[in-house]
Design a protein around this ligand. Structure first.
Ligand code: MF3
Ligand code: CO
Length: 254
């Protein structure tokens, strides 16, 4: 794991702030477009239009060869699901939407999981979504200047355990801002090391990926899609957090 970190300049932070706000706006608009009966290809096309209508560029498109505007991960897919003309979104699906927006040198990265249905959510799905979101909120709340990355990891882990959810270990949060992935890593579970000290000017993408069943995941043959081994559904929520002199600021709230 990398132990270094990036401190952004005030000028960079202004750009990151704008891109993050656009990413949050895009996330909400795209989630509102999710309907049963549409394919993930259709949704990805609409997502591209939403991002461009905000003046942004889809950050993930062609990133290390990624073939889509956004990531759409259904049910047992954890992250990095790829658009497909054959993949229909159906009632009862758990849909994770991960959106990156690049705008004038700044990058916004955020994610949210929604349930496709009409208020008839099964109890276990409700627990999955509720605790993945509260784990993210706990991670955000645990960060303070002078603290450590580990404070965030520990808070996420505690909340995930309270919800009896499996914590994916192979993928982690990350520094973000002028590149999509910057140091440091932000794991969703406690490690022995404290990680870097949280300093003003650091921007972190905090993103718990939690499973209803076991933590075990595998990579599909497409080289992108990550799935749970036991086939149980997974959820993913992500926000970007700026560390300031006096506290923290979530950059991707609408
Ligand atoms: N939020 C995801 C991440 O931080 C999005 C990356 S998807 C990729 O890893 F396609 F761009 F790799
Ligand atoms: Co991310």
């Amino acid at each position: 794991m990398r132990t270094d970190y990036v401190i952004h300049t005030p000028a960079e932070i202004e750009k990151i702030r704008v891109a993050a706000r656009k990413a949050a706006e895009a996330r909400e608009r795209i989630c509102a477009l999710v309907r049963s009966g549409m394919t993930t290809w259709d949704l990805d096309e609409l997502a591209g239009e939403v991002i461009r209508s905000l003046g942004g560029v889809p950050t993930f498109l062609n990133y290390r060869g990624y073939p889509g505007n956004i990531c759409i991960s259904l049910n047992d897919e954890v992250v990095h699901g790829i658009r497909s003309r054959e993949r229909f979104i159906l009632k009862g699906d758990v849909v994770s939407i991960d959106v990156g927006v690049t705008f004038e040198g700044g990058i916004g990265d955020n994610a949210k999981t929604v349930y496709v249905g009409d208020g008839d959510m099964p109890e276990d799905i409700s627990r999955l979504l509720k605790f993945t979101e509260s784990a993210l909120e706990a991670g955000l709340a645990a960060a303070r200047p002078g603290g450590y990355v580990q404070d965030i990891s520990r808070a996420i882990e505690m909340e995930a355990k309270r919800g009896r959810l499996g914590i994916v270990e192979e993928f982690v949060g990350h520094g973000c801002g002028t590149r999509l992935h910057e140091p440091p890593d932000v794991p969703n579970y406690t490690q022995h090391r404290k990680g870097p000290c949280l300093r003003p000017g650091m921007v972190l993408a905090i993103e718990p990926m939690l499973n209803l069943g076991s933590k075990r995941v595998y990579m599909e043959s497409d080289g992108w899609t990550v799935r749970t081994r036991d086939g149980e559904p997974s959820a993913h929520f992500e926000h970007m957090l700026l560390i300031t002199e006096t506290g923290t600021e979530v950059l991707t709230r609408v």
